[in-house]
Design a protein around this ligand. Structure first.
Ligand SMILES: Cc1ncc(COP(=O)(O)O)c(C=O)c1O
Length: 378
């Protein structure tokens, strides 16, 4: 609910003044490739992906991506790329591994891509049980593994361990996609930034090792971009291997390039507008928002534990801006638009609700919420 800064609307005006959004712009094609269709915003799109790629610790010479329609769209491209690469490398269709805590859109994409789902168990906090992942992959060892890790599950805010998963993927044909729809926006600006780094130095050799294959982040969640959009980022080398296969799937002579994106026509306005969020000053603001958000989440938890311990409030890790608890009165649920779900809490099945502490949720708003929790409402 935070309105973007005035400078964002000034930037919009500047784009409008040069004609963007006044006639049919179209970002069809690969933003990293010369386009024969003149009215696009590929330069902005490429630059913003490069900047966010650097934020996520990709090598600056090994970044590819584009601005998608949403987190779900970014996930779709990650899973399609993973399926294509694994099938071409092994000749066998992969199976897909994710937990029940992953976003429901992954289930839809699994169905769309006709992949068999191997359900991986979770720990108490909702994160992936990597020992179970190993067991399940051993039981399906004739199939490559397309693994989806969630960095910030939708209801509990659990973070799947990238390094824990990678350790189990050693010597297997695999592809690891990260769904970091919400947390991916703010973690880079916190002390947990390295959690999302694409590469880290190997402890023995010092050589950089890749931690995952692609990442999806929503633009309308943490960043507060006014309409749905998503970041999709992968190493350029992954893209090139994918591109070679993708080129065999369709005849794209008509646009004089193999685009690399599933959708043909793509919005040109959003990348030019979202470019605003990739500037140094915007990153500074994002860092301040991230800090305030995590501080406020810690404050809400402390106050709830002190005053409303009977609701069993839980924050599963310090990266999370989510607190979940036993469902309060319907009056509070409706007033604050709380999402609810049946969960096992303290060994018992109970209806629960969660609060996602976003940048607009100041201490004042949280205090009002805390006061409302104490009212005798139904
Ligand atoms: C973990 C996770 N993944 C994916 C999505 C879907 O993202 P979008 O709404 O941008 O399609 C969400 C949205 O809530 C989410 O929480």
């Amino acid at each position: 609910m935070t309105t973007p800064p005035e400078e964002f609307f000034a930037w919009r005006q500047e784009l409008f003044a040069v004609g963007l959004d006044q006639f049919s712009f179209n970002n069809v094609g690969n933003p990293y490739h010369h386009s024969h269709i003149p009215f696009n915003s590929h330069l902005f799109e490429k630059e913003l992906i490069n900047r966010f790629g650097t934020v996520y610790g990709f090598s600056s010479d090994n970044i590819w991506g584009f601005l998608t329609n949403s987190g779900t769209d970014s996930n779709m491209h990650g899973l399609y790329m993973g399926r294509t690469l694994l099938k071409s490398q092994t000749g066998v269709m992969p199976k897909i591994y994710f937990t029940q805590e992953a976003h429901y859109s992954i289930q839809i994409l699994r169905d769309l891509l006709n992949l068999e789902w191997v359900v991986v168990a979770t720990h108490q906090d909702g994160s992936m049980d990597t020992d179970d992942l190993e067991r399940q992959m051993d039981a399906n060892s004739n199939y490559p593994a397309l693994v989806v890790a969630t960095i910030g599950t939708t209801f509990k805010g659990a973070v799947d361990s990238i390094d824990g998963i990678q350790a189990k993927l050693k010597n297997r044909a695999s592809y690891l996609h990260l769904d970091a729809a919400l947390f991916g926006g703010y973690l880079p600006h916190t002390s947990f930034a390295s959690d999302l780094w694409h590469e880290i130095p190997d402890q023995g050799t010092g050589k950089k090792v890749k931690r995952y294959d692609s990442i999806a982040v929503s633009c309308h969640k943490f960043f507060g971009f006014p309409s749905p959009a998503g970041l999709f980022i992968t190493p350029r080398t992954n893209f090139e291997a994918f591109h070679a296969q993708f080129g065999q799937v369709h005849e794209s002579e008509y646009i004089l390039q193999v685009p690399g994106t599933i959708t043909c026509s793509r919005d040109a306005v959003k990348p030019a507008e979202f470019y605003f969020f990739s500037s140094a000053s915007s990153f500074t603001k994002q860092a301040a928002d991230a800090r305030a958000m995590l501080d406020n989440a810690a404050y809400l938890l402390k106050e709830m534990v002190t005053h409303y311990g009977h609701l069993h409030p839980v924050r599963v890790n310090p990266q999370s801006n989510i607190i979940y608890f036993r469902k309060p009165s319907d009056a509070v649920v409706n007033r604050y638009n709380l999402a609810t779900m049946g969960l096992t809490i303290d060994g018992q099945q109970a209806p629960c609700a969660h609060v996602v502490v976003m940048p607009h949720a100041s201490k004042g708003i949280l205090d009002r919420f805390l006061t409302d929790l104490g009212k005798n409402e139904v």
